[in-house]
Design a protein around this ligand. Structure first.
Ligand SMILES: Nc1ncnc2c1ncn2[C@@H]1O[C@H](COP(=O)(O)OP(=O)(O)OP(=O)(O)O)[C@@H](O)[C@H]1O
Length: 366
C-alpha cells in the first residue's frame, strides 16, 4: 500500500458514543470503515470503539520509537473534528496508566530504553518542547522555530509530564457550538533523543513531533464569529496545507519523472514539521472519528482526508510504480547472478591454487 512505501501510515480510530449521543441515538451510526475493505476506505489499521489505549499505542505508534532511537525523525498526527478523541489518543490521562495516550507511552518507552542501554560510554540527552498555540519564526539561519518556548532537558517521564502541563497553561480555548471545550489550535509536543557514543564517537539525533491538530470541523458548522472565526479559518487552511504536503510527499516517493514541489512554506505547521516529514522521516496519521450519526458528514470528511493520502496515486501511476519495482527486482537478480558467477570463479581459482600447492608440497616431499 502507498502508505508503507513512502513511510506514511494512516490509521483510523473510532471513539465510543458518549452518554449524550447514546441517549439521542438516532436510526443509524456511521458505518465503520473496515480493515481491508476496498469498497469504502482503506487504511493501515482501523480501531473500533472498544480498542484500549494500549492496543492503539502498540499497533499504531510504538514502531516509531525504535526508529527515533536509531537517529531518524518522525511525526504522529491526530486528525479529526472536535471531540473525536484526538487529545484522548495523543495524551489521554497522564497520571492513570491504563488511560495514558501515545505521548506518555512513548516517553516511558524511551526512558526504559535509556535505563537499559545507557553506559558510561553511551550517553543520552532528552529534550522536550510542548506548545499549544503555534507561532513560528525563522532564526538567523532561516531555520523555523516555535516562538515563545524553549526546549528543556529532562531526565524522567515525570519531568516530561510537567512540561506538558506547563505547555497547556497557555492553551487557547474558544467556545463554539460544536464543543464548548474545543481547543482551537494545534498542540505540538517535540521530543529529541541525542545519543553520544564516547568510545566510537558516533552521534545520533532523532526528533519526534507528536501533534494534536486543531479540530477539522467545517467552519460553516461552528457558528464561530470574529476572532474565533479567523482562527477556525486559519486552522482549516493549515490542515489543508498539511494535506497538500503529505499528498506531495506520497507522489514524490512513488512517481517517476520530475519530483513534485513540496509546499512546506504554505503554513506555520508545515514549516515547523518540514524536517520530520520529508526525507527519511516516518509519519503516522491517526484519523479520529465519532460514530454518532450527527457527526456523519464530519466523520466522512476526516476519512476522506486520510483516503486522499492513501489513494493519491492513479491507476497509471501504480502501474508505473509496479513496473519500476519489477525493473529493480530484475536488476538485483542480475547483480546477484553476476556475484554468484564471480564467486563460482573464485571458488574454481581457489581449488586450482590448492591443487597447485598440494602438487608443490608433494613434489618437495618426493
Ligand atoms: N476512545 C475513547 N474512549 C473513551 N473516551 C474517549 C475516547 N475518545 C474520546 N473520548 C472522550 O471524548 C471526549 C472528547 O475527546 P477529546 O477531548 O480527546 O477530543 P478532541 O478531538 O481532542 O477535541 P478538541 O479538538 O475539541 O480538542 C473526552 O471526554 C474524551 O475523554
Amino acid at each position: 500500500m502507498a502508505a508503507d512505501e513512502c513511510k506514511i501510515k494512516v490509521v483510523c480510530r473510532v471513539r465510543p458514543l458518549n452518554d449524550k449521543e447514546e441517549r439521542a441515538r438516532s436510526k443509524s451510526v456511521v458505518k465503520f470503515p473496515s480493515d481491508h475493505d476496498d469498497k469504502d476506505y482503506v487504511f493501515d489499521k482501523v480501531f473500533r470503539p472498544d480498542a484500549t489505549q494500549e492496543k492503539v499505542y502498540i499497533e499504531a505508534a510504538k514502531e516509531i520509537v525504535e526508529y527515533v532511537l536509531k537517529g531518524y525523525n518522525g511525526t504522529i498526527f491526530a486528525y479529526g473534528q472536535t471531540s473525536s478523541g484526538k487529545t484522548h489518543t495523543m495524551q489521554g490521562v497522564l497520571n492513570k496508566e491504563n488511560e495514558q495516550g501515545i505521548i506518555p507511552r512513548i516517553v516511558q518507552d524511551i526512558f526504559n530504553h535509556i535505563s537499559t542501554f545507557s553506559t558510561s560510554n553511551l550517553q543520552f540527552e532528552i529534550t522536550v518542547l510542548s506548545k499549544t498555540n503555534l507561532a513560528v519564526r525563522d532564526d538567523k539561519n532561516r531555520v523555523p522555530s516555535v516562538k515563545g518556548v524553549t526546549e528543556c532537558v529532562v531526565s524522567s517521564p515525570r519531568e516530561v509530564f510537567k512540561t506538558i502541563a506547563d505547555g497547556k497553561k497557555n492553551r487557547h480555548t474558544a467556545v463554539t457550538n460544536m464543543n464548548e471545550h474545543s481547543s482551537r489550535s494545534h498542540s505540538v509536543f517535540l521530543i529529541n533523543v541525542k545519543q553520544n557514543n564516547v568510545e566510537t564517537e558516533e552521534k545520533l539525533k532523532g526528533q519526534l513531533y507528536l501533534v494534536d491538530l486543531a479540530g477539522s470541523e467545517n467552519v460553516a458548522k461552528t457558528d464561530a464569529a470574529g476572532q474565533m472565526l479567523n482562527e477556525a479559518i486559519n486552522n482549516n487552511l493549515s490542515l489543508f496545507a498539511l494535506g497538500n504536503v503529505i499528498k506531495a510527499l506520497v507522489r514524490k516517493t512513488l512517481t517517476d519523472g520530475p519530483k513534485p514541489y513540496i509546499p512546506f512554506r504554505d503554513s506555520k505547521l508545515t514549516r515547523i514539521l518540514k524536517e520530520s516529514l520529508g526525507g527519511n522521516a516516518r509519519t503516522i496519521i491517526i484519523l479520529c472519528c465519532s460514530p454518532a450519526s450527527i457527526s456523519e458528514s464530519q466523520t466522512k470528511s476526516t476519512l476522506k482526508f486520510g483516503q486522499r493520502v492513501n489513494k493519491e496515486l492513479t491507476a497509471e501511476e501504480w502501474k508505473r510504480h509496479y513496473e519500476k519495482e519489477c525493473e529493480k527486482a530484475a536488476r538485483l537478480e542480475k547483480q546477484l547472478s553476476l556475484a554468484e558467477a564471480e564467486s563460482e570463479q573464485w571458488d574454481k581459482e581457489r581449488t586450482k591454487l590448492h591443487q597447485q600447492i598440494d602438487e608443490q608440497v608433494n613434489r618437495q616431499d618426493i
